[in-house]
Design a protein around this ligand. Structure first.
Ligand SMILES: [Zn+2]
Length: 348
C-alpha cells in the first residue's frame, strides 16, 4: 500500500443540472481533492457572475472540512471584453479556457480565428490570468494532426502575451520537443490525462466509451507521454479531462459525444499507468509531483490535507454509473486495472 497526497485535477467536467451533485461526489471518491471544472457547459460560463454561481452550486455538494478546493474558470471567446476579464479578476477568477470552435463537445462558443482574441489574451495576461487552451486547430484538419498544427497558435500566445499558458490534455508526441523549449520561459504548462497514458488509437478503435477529444494517437505517442511524466518536470501535471456523457448520446447511431469518463477511479488509473514508479521512493515522488505537487504549486494551494492509499489489488471498472438522470458508461467499462483505493478519506 502506498499513501500519496490526493489528486489535484485541474481539468474536470461537471456539466449542469441534476448530474452536478453526483459527479462532484464521484470525483471526490475517485481520490481527488482539487478540481478545475471546465466552463464549456451548455450555455458556457462566460462571465464572472456565471462562473461564481456555477462554483457556488458545485461547492454545495462538497462536505465541509474535506479540504476540497475548486478552481473557478471562465471561458474566453471572440466576444469577451476587457471589462469581462476585469470583472473576473475582481471576483478572484484567474483562470480562463479557450476552445476551438466545433472541434469538441460543447465548443459552439469556441474560437475560429485566434488572431482576433490576441488583444484580450494580452489583457488577461497583464491582469495575471492563466490561459488554458484546448489545443486542436479549428480548421477541418484530421484529428491526428489537429494538435500538432495548433503549435504555432500556442507559440503566438506565448510570445505575444505575458500570460501563463496551459496546454490541456497533450496527446501528440511530436509536440514534446517544443513543449520542452517553451517550458524554459517558466510560463508554459501541460496536463496529461490518465486515458491517454494507457490507451492508443489502435486499442480504442471501435470502443465507443473511450472516444474522446483530442483523439488517441499512436503507441509511439503514448510512450512519449509516459516518458515525459517520468522526466519529473514541474510543468507537467495530471489533468483528468474526465468527461461524462449520458449513454443516450454516447451509445447511438451516428457520431457519438466525445469524452472518456474516468473520475470515480481516476487516481487508480494514473497509478495503473505509472505502476513502475511505485517500486522506489524516488519513483513515488515523481508520481506525487505529477498528480499533486506540480498543480498545487501552479495554483498556490498549500500542502494537501487529504491523502489516499493506493493498493496494488485488481479493480474492475463498473459497467456503468447512474448519475442523476444519466446513465454513464465509463472508460474501459468492465475492464480490470491493477490498483484500488484502500481508504480514500484519510486526513493527515
Ligand atoms: Zn475537457
Amino acid at each position: 500500500m502506498t499513501r500519496v497526497p490526493a489528486l489535484e485535477n485541474p481539468h474536470t467536467h461537471w456539466r449542469e443540472g441534476d448530474v452536478v451533485g453526483p459527479l462532484v461526489e464521484l470525483a471526490i471518491q475517485g481520490g481527488a481533492i482539487g478540481f478545475g471544472p471546465m466552463p464549456n457547459t451548455k450555455e458556457g460560463l462566460m462571465t464572472a457572475a456565471q462562473v461564481t454561481a456555477y462554483v457556488k452550486n458545485a461547492s454545495s455538494f462538497v462536505e465541509l472540512g474535506t479540504g476540497v478546493h475548486i478552481i473557478p474558470i471562465v471561458q474566453i471567446t471572440e466576444a469577451t471584453t476587457e471589462a469581462d476579464i476585469d470583472a473576473c479578476i475582481e471576483a478572484g477568477i484567474v483562470d480562463a479556457k479557450i476552445y476551438p470552435k466545433g472541434r469538441t463537445t460543447a465548443s459552439h462558443n469556441g474560437v475560429s480565428y485566434y488572431s482576433r482574441i490576441l488583444p484580450i489574451v494580452q489583457h488577461a495576461g497583464k491582469r495575471g490570468m492563466r490561459v488554458h487552451f484546448h489545443p486542436e486547430h479549428p480548421m477541418k484538419i484530421d484529428n491526428k494532426d489537429a494538435e500538432f498544427l495548433f503549435l504555432p497558435i500556442v507559440d503566438m500566445f506565448l510570445s505575444e502575451t505575458d500570460a501563463i499558458i496551459v496546454s490541456e490534455h497533450g496527446t501528440d508526441g511530436r509536440c514534446i520537443p517544443l513543449w520542452e523549449e517553451w517550458a524554459k520561459t517558466g510560463r508554459f504548462f501541460v496536463t496529461i490525462t490518465a486515458h491517454h497514458l494507457v490507451e492508443n488509437e489502435t486499442g480504442a478503435y471501435g470502443d465507443v466509451d473511450a472516444v474522446c477529444k483530442p483523439s488517441y494517437k499512436g503507441e509511439v505517442d503514448r510512450r512519449a507521454l509516459n516518458d515525459l511524466v517520468r522526466k519529473d518536470y514541474p510543468w507537467v501535471m495530471a489533468g483528468g479531462d474526465d468527461a461524462p456523457h449520458d449513454k443516450k448520446t454516447k451509445h447511438r447511431i451516428g457520431p457519438c459525444t466525445c469524452g472518456a469518463y474516468t473520475a470515480p477511479f481516476l487516481m487508480q488509473l494514473y497509478a495503473h499507468a505509472l505502476d513502475d514508479l511505485f517500486t522506489s521512493p524516488e519513483g513515488v515522488k515523481v508520481f506525487e509531483n505529477f498528480t499533486s505537487r506540480n498543480a498545487r504549486k501552479l495554483y498556490g494551494f498549500r500542502t494537501s490535507s487529504r491523502y489516499v492509499d493506493l493498493i496494488k489489488r485488481p479493480f474492475i471498472i463498473p459497467e456503468s454509473y447512474k448519475i442523476g438522470s444519466w446513465e454513464v458508461a465509463p472508460f474501459w467499462a468492465g475492464r480490470e486495472i491493477s490498483y484500488s483505493l484502500y481508504a480514500n478519506s484519510s486526513v493527515k
